[in-house]
Design a protein around this ligand. Structure first.
Ligand SMILES: C[S@@+](CC[C@H](N)C(=O)[O-])C[C@H]1O[C@@H](n2cnc3c(N)ncnc32)[C@H](O)[C@@H]1O
Length: 220
């Protein structure tokens, strides 16, 4: 049984807030790797939120599953997808991602956009491992999120400040974990995935967001 809905309030304004806070770079980041999807590919969008990128994935002819622990977010996603005519119907799952068993189903593409940052480090590590397990051999995990701070001292300071403003708001409203910016490629590699592409998204010339594409080897 899913726990209390932490996005009951934030769920209503999440997308517009993220778009405004990022100068519309977050929506671009979330859609950055959709071009890899082919018709009939199986794609899962974990912690889907409002689901704009899930809609675009389904429009490309992929078999889309969306998962969210928040009923509010899943309702928003239904609103986004309602009335669309896709090649394959979208499957909705209202549950904790950790309750999905890789023994039941694996996916060609696992999209984790602005999802892993909600967890404390140890749990994030466990969720990355789980996402790798949910991926078919030869399939891909995509992580769109705040980019790990690199560059000169001013760029790094700006990235930290920008992140801590965002995370503080989410700690207060949705009880997300308070932590530093995670270096997702490290964790993806730890679980046997090979990072094959990274796209950056800038605000005021600083690389604040990235979309990381990582491939699971064929031996699984
Ligand atoms: C920061 S929001 C990001 C939403 C969306 N991916 C986006 O980028 O707009 C994180 C989402 O993950 C969901 N979530 C948090 N923990 C989860 C879990 N254990 N299993 C499934 N969804 C979860 C939240 O309900 C929320 O919708």
């Amino acid at each position: 049984m899913p726990s209390a809905d932490r996005y009951r309030i934030m769920g209503h304004i999440y997308d517009i807030l993220a778009s405004l806070y990022s100068g519309f770079q977050i929506p671009k980041c979330k859609e950055a790797m959709l071009g890899h999807l082919k018709p009939d590919d199986e794609a899962i969008f974990v912690g889907v939120g409002h689901g704009e990128e899930a809609r675009k994935g389904a429009e490309l002819g992929a078999r889309v599953t969306v998962v969210d622990l928040s009923e509010t977010m899943l309702d928003k996603c239904r609103n986004t997808l309602d009335g669309c005519n896709f090649k394959h119907p979208v499957s909705y799952i209202h549950d904790d991602i950790l309750n999905l068993s890789p023994d039941n189903h694996q996916y060609d593409y696992v999209f984790a956009n602005f999802f892993l940052n909600v967890f404390p480090r140890e749990q994030m590590d466990r969720v990355v491992r789980h996402l790798a397990e949910l991926t078919k051999p030869g399939g891909h995990v995509i992580v769109g999120d705040f980019a790990f701070p690199e560059g000169n001292i001013f760029a790094r300071a700006f990235k930290h400040l920008y992140w801590y403003i965002a995370v503080s708001l989410f700690v207060l409203i949705t009880r997300n974990a308070f932590h530093d910016i995670y270096n997702y490629p490290e964790y993806l590699k730890k679980y046997g995935l090979q990072v094959t592409e990274i796209k950056h998204f800038r605000v005021l010339g600083v690389k604040l967001f990235w979309s990381v594409l990582a491939r699971k080897n064929l031996e699984g």
